[in-house]
Design a protein around this ligand. Structure first.
Ligand SMILES: [Zn+2]
Ligand SMILES: [Zn+2]
Ligand SMILES: [Zn+2]
Length: 212
């Protein structure tokens, strides 16, 4: 928990790090026999939209960034949370920004922010999804039109029935590029295809992307 703001006699807004924390908090209050008699908790609708801020100069501290965005949006900085997305050592950083829906659409309309002499790009956050049946990225199981491919070995069985000792990533194999290692499971965070999608997502400056 980060902060709580009381609104009136009967309500309390509690600020937490992310949606998952909010869920844990809400569940632990609502399923606690003792607390339940006193109050209940819920996650307000539309409170946390997520946008991506890219090309933020590394010299900017998180406080500076939040302060500048709050000024730009004419809102209280306590409504904004940020989390760094990129861990790569470039001059620019990428952040996820969580903010109320209305402010998010304001910000997305601007497309870019000018902070001091820097331009920061604003984009809608898109989750990278992977199909549990065929292991392709970009669609979910319910929409799958492809054959089953095992997450571990890429053969035509469900991963639960897999007995293969060797790992074989179907996505990296289908890249058909020299030097790409495909001896990992398709859900691995080291997967080259996944990493490229992630890099597109966080939209590294073009000069940095070329070196991947
Ligand atoms: Zn699929
Ligand atoms: Zn298998
Ligand atoms: Zn892979």
């Amino acid at each position: 928990m980060q902060k709580s703001i009381s609104t009136n006699k009967s309500k309390l807004i509690v600020k937490v790090q992310n949606e998952e924390e909010a869920r844990i908090l809400v569940d632990s209050i609502n399923y606690n026999k003792e607390l339940e008699t006193f109050f209940s908790a819920k996650i307000p609708k539309g409170i946390s939209k997520r946008v991506v801020l890219s090309e933020v100069p590394k010299s900017y501290s998180e406080e500076q960034l939040i302060g500048s965005i709050a000024r730009e949006l004419n809102c209280e900085s306590s409504l904004l949370f940020i989390r760094k997305l990129s861990k790569v050592p470039f001059t620019f950083a990428t952040y996820s920004l969580f903010l109320p829906e209305l402010l998010a659409s304001d910000l997305l309309n601007k497309e870019r922010l000018y902070l001091d002499f820097h331009t920061i790009f604003v984009r809608r956050y898109v989750r990278i999804i992977r199909c549990f049946k065929c292991n392709c990225f970009g669609h979910i199981l319910q929409d799958c039109k492809f054959d089953t491919s095992c997450t571990r070995c890429s053969q035509g069985h469900n991963v639960k029935k897999c007995s293969s000792k060797d790992l074989f990533c179907i996505n990296c194999k289908s890249l058909d590029e020299d030097g790409v290692d495909f001896s990992h499971s398709a859900d691995s965070s080291t997967c080259m295809v996944y990493r490229r999608l992630l890099m597109q997502q966080i939209e590294l400056p073009s000069f940095a992307r070329k070196n991947l």
